[in-house]
Ligand binder design. Structure first.
Ligand SMILES: [Zn+2]
Length: 314
């Protein structure tokens, strides 16, 4: 059973909200767009592999997008698959062009046809996550169960090259569509182990799962005042729709929307603070009526906190 479904990553949601709210000549705009595209590509790859891994849902407990707090850090795992015999960590990589695993120099290189770029070695990364997860399970007194890991390559067009020990890489690196079969074959070799209640371990992990988050405003040194205010047109993306008779109107494409403020309020809560005041609402949505602000925030499903005099997401 899939007990945790992959949400759209919070960090990707933030990047998608922030890019249209920065002026075109903002100094770090390119770096932000690059990060946004990287997160989107990763997410698309994960969705592709989810489709194949869901074939295992009948007999396994599956958690997608696991993030567990450990001390001051966290362990992030793309997929956790629990069987009666073992736990599998499946990390997903979505790369275009060619990737090179070099077991001699322990390097990982992507070659997009123009330049070669070195990345953190995905096998080392997943090995570290495996140790962290092992400690986490031990600390909670959960039954000892072997943990294994695989790297799933989501794009069938990615060319894999190995320098050095091909067999060692082939044991761990697998094409997205072959992952369920690889896991089931591995499972057969463990059939003599005493089975454990994998559902129970799965729900213990689920209870402590968090959503992975980064403060991207701090990461890219963006101040609240760098964000351009205005309601974004859902049709053409233009910022600065005007409030007219219970509607928002775009002066660029003339699209009308009664609900365009909802997305703008969500952007604010995602990027600036998890709350918003009446005056901030008027400034960010660009109108001058306290009553309309109250009405729109109620309409967007926000809840008023009397004590702090501000609005929260319910
Ligand atoms: Zn428009």
């Amino acid at each position: 059973m899939i007990i945790r479904k992959r949400p759209k990553p919070l960090v990707l949601q933030k990047y998608e909200a922030i890019a249209p709210r920065l002026r075109r000549n903002f100094p770090r705009l390119q770096e932000i767009q690059y990060e946004s595209a990287k997160y989107l590509k990763g997410y698309k790859g994960e969705l592709k592999v989810d489709y194949y891994l869901s074939l295992l849902a009948d007999k396994h407990t599956i958690l997608q997008d696991v993030c567990l707090p450990i001390g001051g850090q966290s362990v992030q795992i793309d997929n956790l698959i629990l069987s009666p015999q073992a736990i599998y960590l499946i990390e997903v990589k979505n790369y275009s062009g060619k990737i090179i695993f070099d077991t001699v120099l322990n390097q990982f290189i992507r070659d997009d046809g123009k330049i070669q770029t070195g990345f953190n070695h995905p096998i080392t990364q997943v090995e570290i996550q495996q140790i962290k997860l092992q400690n986490w399970l031990q600390e909670r007194g959960l039954p000892s169960i072997p943990i294994y890991h695989f790297i799933a390559i989501s794009d069938p067009a990615t060319i894999l090259e190995v320098v050095g020990d091909k067999e060692a890489i082939a044991k761990v690196v697998v094409r997205g569509e072959s992952t369920p079969m690889k896991l089931m074959n591995h499972e057969k070799s463990l059939s003599s182990n005493t089975p454990v209640q994998h559902q129970k371990i799965g729900y213990t992990i689920l209870r402590e799962c968090r959503e992975f988050d980064i403060d991207i405003m701090t990461k890219h040194s963006i101040k609240g005042s760098d964000l351009l205010p205005g309601v974004q047109c859902p049709a053409c993306g233009w910022l600065g729709m005007e409030r007219t008779h219970s509607n928002w109107q775009c002066n660029k494409c003339h699209h009308k929307s009664p609900t365009a403020h909802k997305k703008t309020l969500e952007d604010y809560l995602l990027l600036v603070n998890p709350w918003i005041t009446n005056s901030e609402c008027m400034r960010f949505l660009n109108f001058k009526s306290k009553n309309i602000a109250t009405r729109l925030m109620k309409n967007a499903g926000l809840k008023y906190d009397e004590k702090h005099r501000r609005w929260y997401k319910k």
